[in-house]
Design a protein around this ligand. Structure first.
Ligand SMILES: [Zn+2]
Ligand SMILES: [Zn+2]
Length: 264
């Protein structure tokens, strides 16, 4: 299973400030192989254009959503990928509410939507994958929305994707800890410039990552070959990619960058 990072930034990156060749992160989104999209954000077509891959999303058949913050969920992106195409959106009912608000009932009606529940988490099969929607520790202000982390398996390999969430909620952890996860993508919104930051209640800091990583290793959770990555870095809370790389190297964690492709 391949994972391509289409965007690795938090919501404070500005696409209008993009300069080709300069360090930049788009809003967080990732593509599993070429057919399962995690988070239909507003910057994914910019990624395809800049990388001269206009057909990049032609084979996307399913989309899953972590939550409906605008850096992760863009109704126009969903419409482009799903309306009149063989592509299904899977997520909380909040996704549908957002679509109806932004696009109106007629345009929303052209989008195939499947509601999924994270409480209790019910795994479902989509395409050749098994997907577990698990609660994240994050909030969109919609009291009915259940924000999510995901486990995605293809029958052989297992991926964890957790952007956005502070820590991992207990009920989700009780499921994740027993799984043979091969690659884990944790969020790292807060970097060197945001130690002891107020965002710890909804995002990870470097200190939190260090604690989690040390604990994962101490108890040998996950598959023996598990590898760790971070994504969702805030522009204003980090210095630069190289500094983050150096900080995380002793923890054996790789910071993702836009366009990075990993073999799970
Ligand atoms: Zn975000
Ligand atoms: Zn968010």
């Amino acid at each position: 299973m391949q994972l391509t990072f289409l965007g690795t930034g938090a919501a404070d990156w500005d696409i209008n400030a993009y300069v080709p060749g300069q360090p930049f992160r788009r809003y967080s989104s990732a593509l599993v192989n070429d057919d399962l999209l995690i988070d239909p954000g507003p910057h994914i077509f910019h990624f395809a254009r800049e990388n001269e891959r206009p057909d990049m999303f032609d084979r996307v058949r399913n989309i899953i959503v972590t939550h409906t913050h605008s850096d992760h969920f863009c109704p126009e992106t969903v419409e482009t990928l799903c309306a009149g195409r063989d592509c299904t959106l899977w997520g909380d009912a909040a996704c549908l509410r957002q679509l109806e608000r932004a696009l109106g009932p007629v345009r929303t009606g052209r989008i195939r939507f499947q509601e999924t529940k994270a409480c209790p988490p019910v795994p479902y099969a989509i395409g050749g994958y098994t997907v577990w929607p698990l609660r994240s520790n994050h909030d969109t202000g919609d009291p009915e929305e259940t924000t999510r982390l995901y486990l995605v398996g293809d029958g052989k390999r297992l991926l964890y994707y957790g952007c956005d969430s502070a820590w991992i909620p207990t009920a989700s952890w009780n499921i994740i800890r027993d799984q043979p996860v091969n690659a884990m993508v944790l969020e790292c919104t807060c970097g060197e410039l945001a130690r002891n930051d107020w965002r710890i209640f909804e995002h990870n800091t470097l200190e939190m990552l260090e604690l989690m990583l040390t604990t994962f290793r101490k108890y040998r959770y996950f598959a023996p070959d598990v590898t760790f990555y971070v994504s969702h870095m805030a522009r204003t809370l980090h210095t630069d990619h190289e500094a983050l790389q150096a900080y995380l190297a002793p923890l054996d964690v790789t910071p993702a960058f836009d366009g990075m492709c990993i073999e799970v």
